[in-house]
Design a protein around this ligand. Structure first.
Ligand SMILES: Nc1ncnc2c1ncn2[C@@H]1O[C@H](COP(=O)(O)OS(=O)(=O)O)[C@@H](OP(=O)(O)O)[C@H]1O
Length: 405
């Protein structure tokens, strides 16, 4: 072989090495790697091929529109072996007290769905996330004899929906993950949340005495709530006019900024009135738009949790379709048992599965009419913005406490 022949062979080898590397990495990965950041190098492909026990993350570029402090907090954990097999394919992310337990329990009756063994709070609590995916995997090791292949794992932790770290961390875990968010009438949610805090403070389950800050009885809670609604309403008006442009759009944008920077009314430290924290948990539009930064709309399902009390098959059919399960659970899967005013699951052998005793606290309690009205007034523009502008669907028919008027 002559001098030119040798040079031709060497340049062909270099070219084919370059083409191979380029095929493994996408254009962005390559560019980043040239610039010295090779964390993303073929990570997803290595995972598919199962070549290493742990792989370096993240598989996706971090979002560009997060405050630097949050970017730093995300701290992606490496994925682990056999991840494709055990990891959840969908997650119920909230909303706390909206019927997430009903969604989780009823889905657990599906022959191809395997629930996690508890609420993991893995993606929003650093003390769990920093233990890595080996720790998270433990939630999915339980064996179910009655489940059929192919099965899919799922998890629910009802406070993921309002977390800054959960969406990017989940996307890092699996960019095709399906999300289910159960929202509900904020007036009933406020009552349920109070009763939840009261029960768990009284039984010593909660370490901090939140109850003393919001009202030790339902009566005193309502006295405080009346005052908070007034002060909070004025605060929101200020934000709308001074930080937004006086419109609802502007208010939502300003609140989104406040959410991302953990300011009042979202940051625990920045919000001295703890009732405001309960109320801002109902600004679903703010949270949902944040999730939209990380997942496409067709992976984000929102259902009305109020339906779990009357027609649970409706949200169940929507959820099964969304996560790719057969529509096994339908109207015939539910029964209203004598003496119980909530639907329970009934299987082919006539076994009945009702939700545990800590669900249904709010069903025989209510708030005073003036409080109900004031809360509806506060939430109506937010709920309408969420349904019409964000989800592009008809308004929710939320009128808790006003049904018979
Ligand atoms: N079928 C059925 N059976 C029992 N309870 C039902 C059902 N469907 C919805 N609900 C309502 O769900 C409320 C609890 O919501 P969550 O499960 O999301 O609560 S939690 O965040 O997990 O603590 C719970 O709120 P409370 O009434 O305040 O307990 C119920 O009203």
């Amino acid at each position: 072989m002559g001098r030119y022949g040798k040079a031709y062979t060497i340049s062909n080898v270099i070219l084919s090495m370059y083409v191979t590397v380029f095929c493994i990495m996408n254009r962005n990965e390559l560019k980043q790697c040239w610039q010295g950041d090779c964390r993303n190098f073929g990570a997803a492909k290595l995972l598919d091929m199962g070549q290493r026990e742990t792989i370096a993350g993240p598989t996706l570029e971090p979002s560009t529109s997060l405050p630097p402090a949050i970017e730093a907090e995300i701290d992606y954990q490496p994925l682990v072996e056999n991840f494709e097999i055990w990891s959840p394919k969908f997650i119920i992310t909230g909303v706390m007290k909206c019927g997430t337990g009903a969604a989780h329990t009823f889905l657990g009756e599906h022959p191809n769905a395997i629930p996690a063994s508890g609420e993991a709070y893995f993606f929003n609590k650093d003390k769990f996330y920093t233990q890595g995916f080996t720790y998270y995997r433990k939630y999915f090791l339980r064996r179910y004899r009655d489940k059929l292949e192919p099965f899919i794992h799922y998890e629910k932790s009802p406070t993921y929906y309002r977390s800054l770290t959960a969406p990017p961390r989940m996307r890092h875990m699996n960019e095709t993950l399906k999300i289910v968010n159960v929202v509900c009438d904020n007036v009933k949610r406020t009552l349920s949340r109070y009763l939840h805090i009261k029960t768990h403070t009284d039984d010593g389950h909660f370490v901090h005495n939140h109850l003393s800050l919001i009202g030790t009885t339902l009566e005193s809670f309502q006295v405080n709530l009346r005052n908070t609604i007034k002060v909070f309403g004025a605060f929101l008006e200020d934000v709308k006019n001074n930080e937004g442009d006086g419109t609802m759009d502007g208010l939502i944008k300003a609140l989104t900024y406040r959410f991302k920077y953990k300011m009042r009314p979202f940051g625990i430290r920045a919000t001295p009135d703890k009732i405001e924290l309960i109320l801002s948990d109902g600004f679903y539009a703010v949270f949902h738009q944040y999730w939209q930064q990380f997942f496409p709309d067709d992976q984000l399902l929102v259902v009305d949790g109020g339906q779990f009390l009357k027609t649970p098959w409706e949200p169940m059919i929507e959820i099964q379709k969304h996560v790719g399960l057969s529509e096994t659970i339908n109207e015939s899967s539910f029964v209203f048992r004598d003496g119980m005013d909530v639907p329970c699951f009934i299987d082919a052998q006539k076994n009945v599965n009702c939700l545990g005793g800590d669900k249904g606290r709010s069903l025989h309690k209510t708030l005073d009419l003036d409080v109900i009205r004031a809360l509806h007034e506060l939430y109506r523009p937010f709920d309408n913005y969420f349904s019409q502008k964000v989800l592009k669907r008809a308004s929710w028919q939320w009128n808790y406490g006003l049904e018979d008027l």
